[in-house]
Design a protein around this ligand. Structure first.
Ligand code: FAD
Length: 292
């Protein structure tokens, strides 16, 4: 099933993100986690990839995607980055993903990192988008977008101009970077619709349930913290159980507001935790009309 079709059928598409573990040892536990998550019937699950590809011995994106599709009957959205990649490498990965049963890709540039060669055959995610659209028409294409702008963009408006190119190059769905204040999402949606971007957009929400997540998450996303969120962190940072519950509650409130406001879809950055998914699902399922 192409993901864009889900958006035509459903009032709000509910999806999750998981990442492949670095060691094969953790593959079996992840399979158990995904089996538990199956009971909430996510519309799709996206599977991240490392920029530059999985290392030797690591669980690959296609391995996880294939498990979702062929063992659990859940639609996978496989991430594919192009920073430092050449066309032959991308073609090999596309063939591997196609054989694994993947029909939906999240096409990304990936972060520029020291040690990862930059800009070989693809400079921007939109270049990868155009290439896949032109040569592998069987894939549905999703792209990333940034309600608080991508850190490399000078302004939000400039970032949205670039997002338009992604749409023109064949993306049919967008998923946002995480944000902690829905204001930024609503402002962004108004702006992109005004600029003629009419693709369905999944709003990305990450529950912060552990102290160790906080700095890393904020460094990666550039997301601003609203005062309410900041005071939650201040209050619970030395109480792991309290922070866990407060993080779940905050994400549930954010998601409920997004669904009630008519978001096309909500995408939960699940951090490979079935408990987080199940608890959050309990808090929002009454708003998901197609929930079992
Ligand atoms: P692009 O769309 O290429 O944008 C990057 C920058 O270039 C932006 O500033 C943009 O405005 C600008 N730009 C874009 N197109 C043009 C153009 N045509 N001309 C000039 N400037 C342009 N990273 C991973 O390594 N693995 C993952 O699995 C992964 N999954 C992600 C999922 C989501 C939903 C999101 C939001 C991010 C994810 N990332 C992942 C992080 C992502 O790779 C980084 O944010 C990266 O820095 C940018 O990727 P992009 O696809 O948005 O790039």
């Amino acid at each position: 099933m192409y993901i864009r079709k889900l958006f035509a059928q459903k009032r709000c598409v509910f999806s999750l993100e998981f990442f492949p573990p670095k060691q094969q040892l953790k593959w079996e536990p992840l399979q158990q986690t995904l089996r538990r998550v199956q009971q909430v019937h996510p519309d799709f699950i996206s599977v991240t990839c490392s920029a530059g590809g999985s290392g030797v011995g690591q669980v690959s994106t296609s391995q996880v995607a294939s498990f979702l599709k062929n063992e659990l009957d859940i639609e996978p959205l496989a991430h594919l980055t192009c920073v430092g990649a050449d066309q032959a490498g991308i073609e090999a990965t596309l063939d591997e993903l196609f054989t694994a049963g993947v029909r939906n890709l999240m096409v990304l540039r990936g972060d520029k990192r020291p040690g990862v060669e930059q800009f070989r055959d693809f400079q921007h995610a939109s270049d990868l988008c155009a290439f896949v659209r032109g040569h592998y028409g069987a894939f549905g294409l999703s792209g990333a977008c940034y309600p608080e702008k991508h850190p490399e963009s000078a302004t939000l408006r400039e970032d949205v101009e670039h997002l338009k190119i992604k749409q023109e190059c064949g993306a049919t769905h967008l998923c946002t970077q995480m944000f902690f204040d829905n204001f930024y999402f609503y402002r962004y949606m108004t702006l992109i619709r005004k600029e003629g971007i009419d693709l369905p957009v999944s709003a990305g929400v990450m529950p912060i349930v552990r102290k160790s997540q906080i700095e890393r998450t904020l460094a990666l996303s550039d997301a601003k913290l609203p005062p309410k969120f900041q005071s939650l962190l201040d209050r619970w940072q030395d109480d792991p159980d309290g922070l866990y519950q407060a993080g779940i509650d905050y994400a549930v409130e954010q998601l409920r507001d997004l669904i009630e406001a008519g978001a096309d879809g909500v995408h939960l950055y699940a951090m490979n935790s079935a408990d987080v998914v199940l608890r959050i699902y309990e808090g929002i399922k009454d708003l998901l009309p197609d929930a079992p």
